[in-house]
Design a protein around this ligand. Structure first.
Ligand code: HAM
Length: 419
């Protein structure tokens, strides 16, 4: 038997309903904040990701699904959505008439990481981006909107971490400082950190390796070295969060794994997913639109790891079943034709009913109704049909009544609306 690819997964029911519920709630909330959906291809030119995410990041160095197509072009399955959203923003000149654009997109991303709980090679993101607003109020709005989504979904046990990564004025001198510190500690660091120290020294700060953590414990912090505008920006973000009583933590070691960030960076973390603690992450990327050939426009965004969010919610929420309201048990050819007709009519009224075309016995079909957890069954034999009435039975109480065929649909619809 052919199995699916390692690190990929099928989403089956009843889990699928949880995905739908989250998506519906997210769309509703985003639209009410003025964000609108865009849909983008999952394949892009490789260069787009190399130039935006950063040549020395793990994603670009080791995780992308890149191949040469039959025309000799290097293409990559998108490892994240931000680069594509920025590409579309520039390509369609969305900044032209109205530079402020608030967008979201939902779909699969691909990273060839080592698969484990909460980490897949195809995973889904709910990605949100806002262009054209430099103000820290939009940073706060993003974090608050994310927190509100989680609250609406009944999520607990997630904490928000925020930091500021500075700007092209204050980050370079800090980087030099940090590099000097790393040099002193070089003998205690892992190979990955040593490889990264020149091009991406900030990543050394969030290495999970115990000896690297110890060695870096006294490292200088960027948050203490921000320039005045960056410090004020961060202070306003914090002030807005404080006013709203959302619980968050300033995490000086939060650096994120993508190179495009400036100023505010944030992550929602949980301890419910083992090593994969980040449920959502994002931040400001004021230079990226320009780097990719567009105008000098600030931007900020975040992405929720959809798979991880589902896994967190599923731990506290029983799977939502979707039983039919009615199960028709047809006993005979004519009854089957009638049952089919009734199912079609109820579906048109938004009511889910089921029937069975196997011709099996009443006992067998009662068992199936029970398995499906239908609320009501309608037993209809050819003889009963000729007298114009059928038997309606409540599966919960076992009560039975005879109902005329004429009034059946109305009775079922009324019962459904009351339930
Ligand atoms: P990211 O932190 O790389 O950021 O990914 C965002 C979220 O996607 C993570 O917090 C995690 O929940 C989920 N995720 C990442 N990799 C995997 C994986 N292999 N399996 C399952 N879930 C995963 C970004 O992608 C940025 N584009 C976010 C952003 C938008 N920044 C600004 N705008």
């Amino acid at each position: 038997m052919i199995q699916l690819i390692r690190g990929f997964k099928d989403i089956l029911q009843p889990e699928g309903r949880l995905w739908q519920r989250i998506e519906t709630e997210a769309r509703r909330l985003f639209e009410s904040h003025g964000y609108h959906e865009i849909r983008l291809p999952i394949l892009e030119k490789t260069e787009l990701f190399a130039r935006s995410i950063g040549e020395t990041t793990d994603i670009v160095e080791k995780e992308m699904y890149t191949f040469t197509d039959r025309g000799g072009e290097s293409l990559t399955l998108r490892p994240e959505a931000t680069a594509s959203v920025v590409r579309a923003y520039i390509q369609h000149k969305l900044s032209g008439t109205e530079p402020i654009r608030k967008l979201y997109t939902i779909g699969p991303m691909f990273r060839r990481e080592r698969p484990q709980k909460g980490r897949y090679r195809q995973f889904y993101q709910i990605d949100v981006e806002a262009f054209g607003i430099a103000s820290p109020y939009v940073d706060a709005q993003m974090i608050l909107m994310l927190a509100s989504l989680l609250e609406r979904l009944g999520v607990t046990g997630i904490s928000a971490h925020v930091n500021s990564l500075g700007c092209p004025d204050c980050r370079p001198p800090y980087r030099e400082n940090l590099k000097a510190f790393i040099e002193e500690k070089a003998s205690e660091l892992c190979d990955d950190c040593l490889r990264r120290r020149d091009k991406n020294p900030l990543r050394v700060l969030d290495c999970k390796n115990e000896s690297c953590r110890k060695a870096m414990a006294q490292a200088p912090e960027l948050l203490d070295k921000l320039c005045k505008p960056c410090a004020e920006h961060f202070a306003t973000v914090r002030k807005e969060l404080d006013k709203r009583d959302i619980s968050y933590k300033v995490d000086k070691r939060l650096v994120r794994g993508l190179d495009y960030y400036t100023r505010t960076a944030f992550e929602l973390q949980t301890d419910m997913l083992g090593a994969q603690s980040s449920v959502a992450g994002g931040g400001r990327y004021d230079g990226l639109v320009k780097t990719l050939g567009g105008p000098d426009i600030p931007a900020i965004g975040f992405a929720i790891g959809f798979d991880r969010l589902v896994e967190v919610i599923a731990q506290t929420l029983p799977p939502e079943e979707c039983p039919p309201h009615v199960f028709f048990i047809p006993l005979g050819e004519k009854a089957m034709e009638k049952a089919f007709d009734l199912c079609m009519q109820l579906a048109e009224q938004g009511i889910h009913s089921e029937t069975d075309y196997s011709g099996r016995s009443l006992k067998a079909l009662m068992k199936r109704a029970d398995r499906l957890a239908a609320s009501l069954v309608v037993i209809m034999g050819d003889n009963e049909l000729s007298t114009g009435s059928v038997t309606l039975k409540s599966m919960a109480t076992g009560e039975q009544e005879t109902v005329s065929m004429e009034g059946l649909i109305q009775t079922l619809v009324q019962g459904f609306r009351k339930a």
